[in-house]
Design a protein around this ligand. Structure first.
Ligand code: ES4
Ligand code: ZN
Length: 326
């Protein structure tokens, strides 16, 4: 079979996905209408034509604007359920997803409303579609430490639903060190930690994520390649990188998929995984990310299989859960 069909058929795992980034324009208009919320654009096509970004911040501005129409628990359910039914058609068997509570609590939506809708859809996805999941609460790094602490406190009653905490949003100028105390507290409370680092920010931010936030994975991490000592550390400790090829292309982290440094990363022993980040905004879910990178770099089926195996290894599934999926 062709590499495309091979990719479509193989059971896959996603480790870097923002649920707010799965908000497709059609659903956005539908939910906006029932909530009497304005969208700046009058048609789906007009909205889609605004999806052209020169950097991370230009994307984030549009991404936060889109999330504005989410009000009711059912909206968060519908958002999450739409994502799950979509990826079910792509043979996704497990997903570890981020949600950004502050994007909603800052607009007066309660933490409870957000997590209840998302969790109910995730449970339905597990029961009806067989997709297992972990949920990761991600702090917005452009907001202050106090806001992150408040969010962590709001999460404590829902500990059993949340596996870990992460760090996303505007990277440059908001280093991991800003959240060291929040992450220390989160770890004390039993959360696993991850952080976006080295997407636009420097290698130094990856060092901080590892040394100060004690992360088990780095989200993106592209710029580790600028620091040989760091690459050696990540390879020695097998700290996974959750790479997002189409995201990197759309946000101009790279200018051509053909130049994606995946072969170099693999050569250097890094545990790399392929993910979709914000698929509604970047032109593709898991299959499209794998196919994009496979075509650009002429990857073999064996190499694709290795990437999928890396995702199993990098996931938070227990060994027993992994066995059931193979
Ligand atoms: C994000 Cl691609 C990316 N980077 C940082 N923060 C984000 N939030 C949603 N997508
Ligand atoms: Zn991300």
């Amino acid at each position: 079979v062709s590499i495309e069909k091979f990719i479509e058929g193989i059971p896959k795992i996603e480790l870097h996905l923002h649920i707010e980034g799965t908000f497709e324009p059609e659903l956005m208009f539908k939910i906006a209408k029932r909530n009497n919320k304005e969208i700046k654009y009058s048609t789906v096509d007009e909205l889609k034509s605004a999806y052209s970004f020169n950097n991370l911040q230009e994307f984030l501005d549009i991404y936060y604007a889109g999330a504005n129409v989410l009000i009711e628990e059912q909206d968060f359910y519908d958002l999450t359920w739409a994502y799950l039914t979509k990826v079910h058609t792509q043979n996704l068997v497990h997903t570890e997803i981020f949600f950004d509570p502050q994007t909603h609590t800052d607009r007066g939506i309660s933490f409870d409303t957000v997590i209840k809708g998302i969790h109910r859809a995730l449970e339905d996805g597990r029961e009806k579609l067989g997709i297992t999941y972990k949920l990761i609460l991600s702090f917005l790094r452009h907001l202050d430490e106090a806001s992150a602490f408040e969010t962590l406190h709001q999460a404590l009653p829902y500990k059993k639903w949340i596996s870990g905490v992460g760090l996303d949003s505007s990277e440059v100028g908001n280093p991991p060190s800003k959240f060291e105390r929040v992450f220390t507290k989160a770890k004390e409370e039993g959360f696993i930690t991850v952080a976006h680092a080295g997407e636009e920010g420097p290698a130094e931010y990856i060092w901080e994520a590892v040394n100060l936030l004690k992360v088990t994975r780095i989200d993106h991490g592209n710029r580790c390649l600028e620091d040989d000592r760091l690459v050696k550390l990540l390879a020695d400790l097998q700290i996974p990188l959750t790479l997002c090829p189409l995201s990197n292309l759309e946000l101009k982290v790279i200018d051509d998929l053909k130049k994606y440094p995946l072969p170099e990363m693999i050569d250097k022993g890094l545990l790399v995984t392929i993910n979709s980040d914000d698929p509604a905004y970047f032109g593709g879910y898991m299959n499209e990310n794998y196919i994009g990178i496979a075509q650009a770099l002429n990857l073999s089926k064996k190499q694709i299989t290795e990437l999928v195996k890396n995702s199993f290894k990098a996931s938070w599934l227990s060994d027993k859960e992994k066995e059931k999926k193979i």
